[in-house]
Design a protein around this ligand. Structure first.
Ligand SMILES: Cc1cc2nc3c(=O)[nH]c(=O)nc-3n(C[C@H](O)[C@H](O)[C@H](O)COP(=O)(O)OP(=O)(O)OC[C@H]3O[C@@H](n4cnc5c(N)ncnc54)[C@H](O)[C@@H]3O)c2cc1C
Length: 450
């Protein structure tokens, strides 16, 4: 099939506005130029046909869900076909007895959780972008989220996948049972592979019982390093919060400006804590005792609406910073016992380089998002040199502390060099060999990762 036949069949569009829209992801750092074409398939067979065409014509393919990614991995490039899966958005089945869901890749994450809630279940992974990101994108980035402190990341909830390979072959990997170990863990390999090994066209996902109760607290501190020390105290207490988020004073100020809240006047750092399950209130009491004198205030949400307001404010952290300038969004993780050292040293780097760095993140996972808000620059402009210096120093710090340069956003285009450095030559070479086994002609997201 030729490109014009795919256009005539309504699977591919050459419309300029659609192509421009696929030129960048939410990192705001686009690829070079608008992509050649955008495909919006509705069925697996259409994906197979598109991949067979791309393979035969050696056309690069950039798979895309909602484009909410923060690593430049879904940004189209001039010669590429962007494969947008947002129209494959059916929740095929919620099996309440088996506690699993079968979905197409374009399902919005929050929609799946809402559908599960109707059966007394939940889909646990909840990136702060839960209202816009797709399950396919979450799988491809191995997304984390606010509930990650207790429920882990997307990989912990994927049982099986349907994947279209570079040549158009469709395969089913994993198990549609809760347990199963036959063969290599290809589900684990595809999860987090950032569209470089195949196109996820279906997923079987684990659902969990929806917690009977939640208890939520807003905990304020005099400074962010003390808040980070409180995270270690909470971890040591034996309590297992579902949500344990950290925000520094500067981020609180940005949220106040964007949302009209008054968080900053309550303290210069904030932990959002939520426990869940039958013992939620009891567990929150354990956390209150663990935090003890470190906190300047510990306010328990009065009702669900109050708790939702706190969670909403946290989810607005990144949009609030996007309103100030052009953010360069980093995503390191460090051992949780070294969080305080990490935030102190990030603040020192920001002061030395005279670049504002805002810090928030999923502290329960040791995951920090240092956000550099750079001077406004036109789309397509390279990362300003000063910002790159700060980013490089933060990556080096993460590795020095025994951590990683990306905890959940992925490598994409923005962190390729540092990923190679973190992996080391032997593992990097092995990963390159695995990649070429799945995609011998190198057409899948060629500019991304590895
Ligand atoms: C405000 C905001 C908050 C965020 N909070 C979080 C957070 O808390 N945790 C977190 O982990 N991330 C977060 N993100 C980042 C982003 O939402 C996640 O990376 C998300 O998983 C991307 O999903 P998407 O559908 O937008 O994927 P896209 O951005 O479209 O694509 C991301 C990657 O997945 C690949 N891909 C997409 N679909 C498929 C598929 N079907 N098959 C194969 N590859 C595919 C793409 O090629 C690309 O490499 C946030 C983003 C924003 C804007």
């Amino acid at each position: 099939m030729s490109l014009s036949e795919l256009v005539e069949a309504g699977v591919v569009t050459l419309d300029r506005r659609t192509r421009d829209g696929a030129a960048a992801d939410r990192s705001g750092w686009p690829g070079a130029g608008a992509p050649r074409a955008v495909a919006r398939p509705r069925h697996i067979e259409e994906v197979q046909r598109l991949m067979a065409w791309a393979s035969a014509t050696a056309t690069p393919v950039i798979t895309r869900g909602a484009g909410s990614g923060l690593a430049g991995a879904a940004s189209g490039t001039a010669e590429a076909l962007v494969l947008d899966l947002s129209r494959m958005d059916r929740i095929v089945q919620i099996d309440a007895d088996e506690q699993l869901a079968r979905v197409e890749p374009g399902v919005i994450t929050a929609d799946l959780d809402r559908a599960a809630a109707e059966h007394g279940l939940m889909y646990a992974p909840d990136p702060a972008s839960v209202g816009i990101s797709t399950i396919g994108g979450n799988i491809a980035t191995n997304a984390g989220g606010l509930r990650g402190a207790k429920y882990g990341v997307t990989r912990d909830h994927v049982l099986a996948l349907d994947v279209v390979l570079a040549d158009g072959t469709v395969i089913h990997v994993g198990h549609d049972t809760i347990k199963g170990v036959t063969g290599y863990d290809l589900v684990g390999l595809f999860t987090g592979s950032e569209g470089t090994l195949g196109v996820v066209v279906g997923a079987t996902l684990r659902l969990l019982p929806r917690p009977a109760r939640t208890a939520t607290a807003a905990v304020f501190f005099a400074d962010v390093a003390t808040a980070a020390r409180a995270v270690t105290a909470i971890t040591r207490s034996g309590a297992r919060p579902a949500v344990l988020e950290i925000l520094d004073g500067a981020t609180l100020g940005a949220i106040d400006d964007a949302e009209g809240t008054r968080l900053r006047e309550l303290g210069d750092a904030f932990l959002l804590v939520q426990t869940d399950g039958y013992g939620a209130e009891e567990e929150l009491t354990v956390i209150r005792e663990a935090v003890g004198a470190l906190a300047t205030s510990f306010d328990v949400a009065t009702d669900a609406a109050d708790a939702d307001r706190l969670l909403f404010a946290r989810r607005q952290a990144l949009p609030a910073l996007e309103a100030i300038g052009r953010p360069l969004i980093e995503d390191i993780a460090v051992p949780r016992t070294r969080l305080a050292e990490a935030v102190e040293r990030i603040s020192a780097i920001a002061a030395e380089e005279d670049v504002p760095v805002f810090v928030f993140g999923h502290a329960g996972d040791g995951n920090l998002h240092p956000i550099l808000v750079t001077e406004p620059a036109p789309a397509g402009a390279p990362i300003p040199p000063r910002a790159q210096i700060v980013a490089d120093r933060i990556f080096a710090l993460a590795l020095e502390l025994g951590g990683t340069i990306t905890a959940e956003h992925g490598v994409g285009r923005l962190k390729r060099e540092w990923a190679a450095r973190e992996l080391g030559p032997d593992v990097h070479a092995l990963q390159t060999r695995i990649r070429s086994l799945f995609d011998p002609d190198g057409i899948l997201n060629p500019a991304s990762s590895l």
